[in-house]
Each structure stands twice: as C-alpha cells, then as structure tokens.
Design a protein around this ligand. Sequence first.
Ligand code: KMH
Ligand code: ZN
Length: 411
Amino acid sequence: MLALFGDVATELLVRLDGDEGLFRAYEMVEFLAPVRSGDFIEATGVITRVGSTSRTMAFEARRVAQNCRAQDLAASAADALSEPVVVCRAVGTCVVPRELQRKPRLVLPALSAQAPAHATLPEPRPLITPPPSVLVTPPPRDLVLTAAIVGAEITRKQTPHLPITAQEIADEAARCRDAGAAVIHLHVRNADGTPSQSTELFRAAIEAIRAKTDVIVQTSTGGAVGMSVDERAGPLGCRPEMATLNCGTINFGDDVFENSRPLIRDLARRIREAGSVAELECYEVGHVDEALSLVAEGLLTKPLHFQFVLGVPGGIGAREDVLRFLVSQVPEGSTWGVAAVGRHQRPMTELAMSLGGHARVGLEDNLYLDKGVLAEGSAPLVARAAAFARTIGREIATPERARALFGIERR
Ligand code: KMH
Ligand code: ZN
C-alpha cells in the first residue's frame, strides 16, 4: 500500500511542482481491511496542505475487484465489487526544495492521481460502463466550488464552528472564498440559532458578505422543513444573484420536505421576478424531469444548472451509478454539481469533479473533515476540495468566471 501511495505522491508533486520531490514521513497509516493476492487495488491521493516546501497529502486505497477463489472457476476468475472497500488510509508529507519548484507544464491529459495496482490486467476496468455523454465529453477546466456554510438543520450543539451572526457568516464566506469557493449557498439564523428566511436577516448577511468578498451569494428558497412558501421566498426580496429551486418532495430524514408542483412553480416565478438564476436542487431522478417540465412551461430558461443532492436519508443514494445516470439525463449545455450528505460528501464530490461536474461542500451537508474530526468551519472542506480539483487538472473558477458560466449578472 505504501508503495502505491509513493507513486500517487510522486504524481501529485509532478502536477503541483513539476518535480518528483521526496517523501519525508508518514504521519498516520491505518490498515482497515486485509488485502490478498488477486485483489485489485486503486489508490488515490489529495494534497491537503501546501507549505513553502512541504506538501501534506491524504491517501486512500480501495479494493475494487477480487479473485473469485472458487474451485469450479478458472484461477483468473475475478469479480468487480459493487462498492469499493477502503483497505488503507494514510497521511504523509513530501518535500520539494524551493529551487526545484517550477510551474508544471501539463503534457498529458489525465483525470486524477491514481495508482492502479493489480497483477493480471494492464488497465483497471471501470466498475460501471459510463454512459457515452460522460465518456466523450472531456471535463471542462473551470470548476465552481460552492460552500454551504450555514444550513438550516445543524446546531451549535453539534459543532461550535457554525456561523450564526451576519459578521460570522461574512467572515466564513471570506475564508471559503480564499480557500477556493466562488458561490456561497446561504441560509441565515435568528440570534438564538434557529433557522429563518427573513428578508432583513438575509439582507444583513449579504451586505456583510459584500463588504468582505466578491462571492456569488446563492440564497436558499428551501429554508427549513415545514416553512410556508411565503416564508421560504423571503430572501428573494434581496434580489440575490442566485437562488435554489427544490424540484420535488422527498422524505428528509424523518421529516417530509414538501415541494408540491404548485409550490415549485410559485417559487420558480418568484425567482424569475427577482431576476435571480435558479440552481435546480434534485434529490431524486424524477426531480430532473420536473425541472425539464418547467422549461417546457416557460418558467425556466436554459442554460440550466443542476445540483444533485445525494445521500439524504429518504432521497436517492450517494453512489457512482446513480450519479452517472443523473448526469446522463441533463440536457446538452447544462451545468451540474454534486452536494452529498455526511461521509458521502468527500467521495461523491471528488467523483463529480472527476466526471466534469462542480461541487458543493460545507457544514450544511457534512460536519466532519475526517471520521470523528469536526471541520473547523466550511473553509477546510473547501480547501480540500480545491486541492483535489487541482490534482486532476481542473481550474478553480473565480466568482467572475462562475458568473459567466451560470449567466449571472453581477449585483
Ligand atoms: N434545509 C433543507 C430542508 C435549499 O437550501 O434550497 C432544504 C435545503 C435546500 O437546504
Ligand atoms: Zn440549503
């Protein structure tokens, strides 16, 4: 496993610094599951911190296929696993002396730093055959990172890093912008921390953000479960650059997040009247069809921007086959991103970035940087996503570039 990680580290350093660098030390290595001969292991890595000469990296090795070991089958018979098994994780630090750091030239297109290791096949076979739309479209270079920094459901009890006041929200938005976010998905809170869709609270938060940074502010029209449509539409009074439009009802944990067809149409009209660009939140496959109905009815205009929200208990699962199918459903010329819940946030957003999509991270969807380690705000999650994006050759879009991609007029 460590030999694989060494190869991954070398590729990451070549991509970042144009130099192979040196591996200095592992700070942590966890062996999580046994590896046997005939297992097919895929190793990936991401740069999590860049010092003046040091580069810290997090690695993961997954078993993706294994030998059948059955007496009635050929010795070479192997099965692909429906879910990869994480067999090893590690964190290590490499060094590239200053004089060897140079701006790398991208010679060969490659999607990610990966070291496939197996004895019998020259190339790892994909577990699922990608639909043609995914295969033939080279990933766009620009990648928009959205930071969902407040949310409506998480509490200060769960994490002390949740911003509540307008100033705390603006500070966190600026930190996320510095880490690579172009869009802030915004909810606001009352002073006691409860969720609110008050126009005035949104205005205060947006003004505080504007005073500090140039991010696109995307206000929620989902609010919190149980809010009325008028309440949910509150932030549209601020004429935000962007606003979410939730495209269907789902079970949301033990609650029901109601988005009846009349309510969706009502909010779509209000978003259009506010001059905001809609981000289409889809928690189920049918929600994509609903968005397309809105286009047919003249309530939405292309280009469309979809956000696939994966892994909400009661909604569609956070799985590779699910994402590939959803992507195959969006019309040509659309953009799409992934927001995934809890432990799914990192792998599913990394998959989205590898497939050419955009990504949303942040405390609204996930509180943890690693198992049992609270993220100190959303900015570290953004920084990690940005580091991953760079390693696969994607360029982090500035807010200006994101405005151009989504057809937003600056306000
Ligand atoms: N709080 C969730 C029930 C959105 O912002 O548009 C809905 C939500 C979606 O967060
Ligand atoms: Zn939200």
